[in-house]
Design a protein around this ligand. Structure first.
Ligand SMILES: NC(=O)c1ccc[n+]([C@@H]2O[C@H](COP(=O)([O-])OP(=O)(O)OC[C@H]3O[C@@H](n4cnc5c(N)ncnc54)[C@H](O)[C@@H]3O)[C@@H](O)[C@H]2O)c1
Length: 379
C-alpha cells in the first residue's frame, strides 16, 4: 500500500515507519514549508526534530526525497489527487486535525492521525461522521500503548500478577514543549488545547488502557505561572475514581529539567511500577543507569528480595514507539486487525481531557478552614 505523510515534524517518525514496513511503501510527503521538504530526515540543524534522524536508515539520510522515489507536495489537495495513495498519516498541528482528517476520510484513504483527535467534541463528532460514511480504518497515535515497557505492565495486570487493580498513579515531569513549532502553535491554548488536551490526554489514555476501566469522576487543579510564553497551564494534577472501583492520580508538569515518567499500578496482590526516561543515563539517577525504561513488580508483604524487574533500551523511547505505531497501522490494515488506538479510544481521551480542563476552571473542591498559623514550618 502506498502511504503519504502530511506534516514533517514528528511526521518523520511516521515516514521511518512506512519506509521499514513490509506492508507499506512511502510514496509522498507533504508540508507547507518547502524547506522542510528538502531532504530525507529534514533540514533541522537544531531543535526538537534532530533526534528523529536516527530512525532513518543511514544510507538515505540527507538525500533528496525524489531520489528515493518519494514525491513531495506543499498542498494536501494535490497529494490526494494521486489515486495510488491508500494510507495517509496526518501529522500537522492540533488545531488542523479535525478539518484535515474529515477531508482525508472523505477522499477514501485509511488515516493514521496524530493525537489529539480534535480540540472540541463537535469537531471530534465531525471526524466520527466522516469515518462512518467511509470504508476507511482510522487510528490515533497514542503510541505509548505499543511501548514495550507499558505492554509489560499491561501483561502483569492481564495475567493476574497484580491482582484486582485498586489504584493507578502517574507522575510525569519534563522540559517545556520545544519553542520551535510551526507558527508557535503549541504555545497557544486555541491551537494546542493546552497541556491537558495536547499531552495529558496520553496519560488519561494509559489510565484506561492499563486498568481497562472508565473514569467515574475526576477533579483537577492547575498552575500556569512558570512559563509565561505558554498561555495555558504548566502543571496539572488530576485525580478521581474508576467505574468498577479504584482510584487514580495523575501529576503532569512542564517544569522539569529532564524527562521522567513514573507509573504505578497498585493491585491487591502486587504493585507494578514503571519508569521511562528519554535519556538513558541522566542526573535523575546520578548518571549511573543505562536503561530507557524499567518495569519492576512485587508483593509488598515480601519486600524487594522477592520482586522482579525488566529493563528496556532504545526500543522503549517515544520516537521509536511512534515509528512502531505507523508500522503497526499498515500491518493492521493488511491483516484486517483493529489498530492499537482507534476513534473511540481517542474520543474518550479527549472527553476526559476536556472534563479535567472544565474541573480545573470550576475549581470544585472542599474548602478547609484558613484559621491558625503555620509559623513553625515557614522557610
Ligand atoms: N504521539 C506523540 O507522542 C506526538 C509527539 C509529538 C507530536 N505529536 C503531534 O504531532 C503533531 C505535529 O507536531 P510537531 O511537533 O511535529 O509540530 P511542528 O510544528 O514541528 O510540525 C508540524 C508541521 O506541519 C506542517 N503543516 C501545518 N499545516 C499543514 C497543512 N495544512 N498541510 C501540510 N503541512 C502542514 C507545518 O509546516 C510543520 O512543518 C501535533 O498534533 C502533535 O500533537 C504527537
Amino acid at each position: 500500500m502506498k502511504a503519504a505523510v502530511v506534516g514533517l515534524g514528528i511526521g518523520h517518525a511516521h515516514c521511518a515507519g512506512y519506509l521499514q514496513s513490509p506492508h507499506a511503501e512511502l510514496a509522498a510527503v507533504c508540508d507547507l514549508m518547502p524547506g522542510r521538504l528538502a531532504r530525507v530526515g529534514g533540514t533541522f540543524e537544531a531543535g526538537s526534530m534532530t533526534e528523529l534522524r536516527r530512525l532513518y536508515p543511514q544510507e538515505i539520510l540527507a538525500r533528496r526525497w525524489e531520489e528515493i522515489g518519494v514525491r513531495t507536495f506543499t498542498s494536501l489537495e494535490e497529494l490526494l489527487e494521486d489515486p495510488g495513495i491508500e494510507i495517509v498519516s496526518l501529522c500537522t498541528p492540533d488545531h488542523t486535525h479535525a478539518e484535515l482528517a474529515v477531508r482525508i476520510l472523505r477522499s477514501g484513504r485509511h488515516l493514521l492521525m496524530e493525537k489529539p483527535l480534535a480540540l472540541s467534541l463537535p469537531q471530534a463528532e465531525a471526524v466520527g461522521r466522516a469515518l462512518s460514511d467511509s470504508g476507511s480504518v482510522l487510528a490515533v497515535d497514542y503510541e505509548f500503548r505499543l511501548n514495550p515497557a507499558i505492554r509489560q505492565l499491561r501483561r502483569l495486570i492481564e495475567e493476574g500478577i497484580t491482582g484486582e487493580v485498586e489504584a493507578f498513579t502517574l507522575y510525569h515531569f519534563r522540559r517545556p514543549f520545544k519553542r520551535d513549532k510551526w507558527q508557535k502553535w503549541i504555545q497557544r491554548r486555541e491551537s494546542s488545547g493546552g497541556l491537558i488536551v495536547e499531552e495529558t490526554s496520553h496519560w488519561l489514555d494509559l489510565l484506561r488502557f492499563l486498568t481497562g476501566r472508565e473514569v467515574a469522576s475526576l477533579s483537577c487543579r492547575t498552575n500556569d505561572r512558570i512559563h509565561p510564553d505558554f498561555d495555558f497551564e504548566d502543571i496539572a494534577f488530576i485525580q478521581g475514581s474508576l467505574s468498577a472501583g479504584g482510584i487514580f492520580q495523575i501529576s503532569h508538569a512542564l517544569s522539569g529539567f529532564d524527562f521522567s515518567l513514573n507509573l504505578a499500578v497498585h493491585g491487591r496482590k502486587a504493585t507494578a511500577w514503571c519508569h521511562l526516561k528519554d535519556n538513558p543515563a541522566s542526573r535523575l539517577d546520578d548518571l549511573q543507569s543505562s536503561y530507557c525504561a524499567l518495569v519492576a513488580w512485587g508483593d509488598s508483604n515480601r519486600g524487594p528480595e522477592a520482586a522482579d524487574s525488566r529493563v528496556y533500551g532504545a526500543e522503549a523511547l517515544e520516537p521509536q514507539s511512534i515509528k512502531d505505531f505507523a508500522m503497526d497501522f499498515a500491518r493492521c490494515i493488511a491483516e484486517g486487525r483493529r489498530p492499537a488506538a482507534g476513534y473511540e479510544d481517542a474520543l474518550r481521551a479527549l472527553e476526559l481531557a476536556l472534563a479535567a480542563r472544565e474541573a480545573a476552571a470550576a475549581e470544585g473542591s472542599v474548602s478547609l478552614s484558613a484559621g491558625g498559623s503555620n509559623e513553625d514550618s515557614r522557610l
